[in-house]
Design a protein around this ligand. Structure first.
Ligand code: FAD
Ligand code: SF4
Length: 336
C-alpha cells in the first residue's frame, strides 16, 4: 500500500490568508482542492510539498453564477459533478458539461474541482509510477532525475496535459482569475498553459486560481467535446477534441475555435482547421474530412501515454471528424 508522506496541513479560511501562506512558503507548499490528483501524486512522491494549503474552508472559492445571458462564473472549488448535473449550464455550454461528465468516475467527480482540473499535473508513463518504479529507472527529468526517457536527447519534458475541461475552456474563450498577495489578475485560459511538461502552468507558486469565467453564448453558438480513452468508465484522455463554432442564420460557420487535449504538454489550437471551416456549411463530408485531417496533424502524440502510438495517430482523424459532426448535432445556444 502506498502511504502519504508526512506534511504540514494549513486550513486558511480566507483567500488573503491562503495567499499570505503561499507567499511565505514559496514552492515548498502545494495548494489542495479535491485532492484527487495531488494526494495520489504525493503517495508516489511525484509531488513532495512540505506544507499543503487546503482551500476547502474558503467560501469565496465556492460560489457559482450560471446566467446564459451574462456568462458563467465558477468558483475554483466548484465540483465537476455540479457542472455535469447543472441543466442550465449544460444548455448554454454543452461541451463544458460533457467534458466534466467524462472526467474519471462519479466519486472522483464528486471530489474533483474545476480549479484542480485546470491545474492538473501533466502525465507520462515514465512518471505516473510508484516511487520504487521510478527509482529503478533512475527517475526522469520531471522529478529527481536528469534524463527524459521518452526523448533521451531532449532538453524538455514532454509530459501530457490530460485535463478534459482545459481544451473546452480554451475553445469557449474562457478566462481565469488568479489571486495572490499582490492582487488579482485575469488571463485567458489559453495563457494559463505553457508548452513544457514540467513548467506547464504560467500560474506563479504564490497564486491561487480563484474563478473561471466563460462568456455568454451568442446566438448560433454551439460547442462539442469528444474524448478518446481506453476504458469509457474512468480513464484519462489520450485525445480530446473541443470544438466551438458560431453559425450564421443559413448554417454557414461565421467563427470557429478548435483545441486538442491529451496530445501535448498544453492544449493545442488547430487554427488552420478552424479557418477552413469559416464560410462553410458543416454538412459536407469532404470539408469535415479535410478539417479532421488538419486537427489530427496537430495531435502529435509521443509514446508516453496509454494505447499504441500508431493506433492513436490512425484514429485521431476519426475522432476529430466525430467532434465536428457532434458540433453540428449540438443544440444551439439559446437566443437572446
Ligand atoms: C483514477 C483517476 C482517473 C482520472 N481521470 C481523469 C480524467 O479522465 N480526466 C481528467 O481531466 N482528470 C482525471 N483525473 C484527475 C483528477 O481527478 C481531476 O483532474 C480533478 O478535477 C482534479 O481536481 P482536484 O480538485 O481533485 O485537484 P487537486 O488534486 O486538489 O489538485 C490538482 C493540482 O492542482 C492544484 N490546484 C488545485 N486547485 C487549485 C487552485 N484553485 N489554484 C491553484 N492550484 C490549484 C494542486 O496544487 C494540484 O497540483 C483522474 C484521477 C484519477 C485518480
Ligand atoms: S516526458 Fe520525459 S521528462 Fe517528462 S515525465 Fe516523461 S520521461 Fe519524464
Amino acid at each position: 500500500m502506498m502511504r502519504l508522506p508526512r506534511f504540514r496541513y494549513l486550513a486558511p479560511s480566507s483567500l488573503a490568508e491562503a495567499a499570505a501562506a503561499l507567499a511565505d512558503l514559496g514552492p515548498d507548499a502545494a495548494v489542495l482542492a479535491g485532492g484527487t490528483d495531488l494526494f495520489p501524486n504525493m503517495k508516489r512522491r511525484q509531488q513532495t510539498p512540505g506544507t499543503v494549503v487546503a482551500l476547502r474552508g474558503i467560501a469565496a472559492l465556492r460560489g457559482r453564477s450560471v446566467d446564459p445571458a451574462n456568462g458563467l462564473t465558477l468558483g475554483a472549488l466548484t465540483r465537476l459533478s455540479a457542472i455535469e448535473h447543472d441543466r442550465e449550464l449544460a444548455g448554454a455550454w454543452p461541451a463544458l458539461a460533457r467534458a466534466a461528465a467524462l472526467v474519471a468516475t462519479p466519486p472522483l467527480r464528486n471530489m474533483g474541482t474545476i480549479g484542480g482540473n485546470l491545474c492538473l499535473d501533466t502525465r507520462c508513463s515514465y512518471y505516473d509510477q510508484s516511487h520504487e518504479w521510478r527509482a529503478a529507472i533512475g527517475y526522469c527529468m520531471k522529478k529527481d532525475g536528469d534524463v527524459c526517457w521518452v526523448a533521451p536527447g531532449s532538453r524538455r519534458c514532454w509530459a501530457v496535459s490530460s485535463s478534459d475541461t482545459a481544451p473546452v475552456l480554451c475553445a469557449l474563450g474562457a478566462e481565469v482569475s488568479l489571486v495572490s498577495g499582490a492582487g488579482e489578475r485575469r488571463i485567458a485560459v489559453t495563457e494559463l498553459f505553457a508548452d513544457d511538461g514540467i513548467a506547464h502552468l504560467t500560474r506563479r507558486p504564490d497564486e491561487i486560481l480563484a474563478q473561471v469565467h466563460v462568456p455568454a453564448p451568442a446566438p448560433g453558438e454551439r460547442s462539442a467535446y469528444v474524448k478518446l480513452r481506453r476504458r469509457g468508465s474512468f480513464d484519462f484522455p489520450v485525445l480530446g477534441v473541443a470544438v466551438w463554432v458560431r453559425l450564421a442564420a443559413g448554417g454557414a460557420v461565421e467563427a470557429a475555435r478548435i483545441f486538442v487535449g491529451g496530445a501535448g504538454s498544453r492544449p493545442h489550437e488547430a487554427r488552420a482547421a478552424a479557418e477552413l471551416l469559416v464560410g462553410r456549411v458543416l454538412d459536407d463530408d469532404r470539408v469535415i474530412d479535410q478539417a479532421a485531417g488538419m486537427i489530427a496533424h496537430i495531435a502529435k502524440p509521443m509514446q508516453n501515454t496509454d494505447l499504441t502510438l500508431s493506433w492513436r495517430k490512425t484514429v485521431a482523424r476519426e475522432y476529430a471528424a466525430r467532434a465536428l459532426r457532434a458540433v453540428v448535432a449540438a443544440v444551439p445556444a439559446p437566443r437572446g
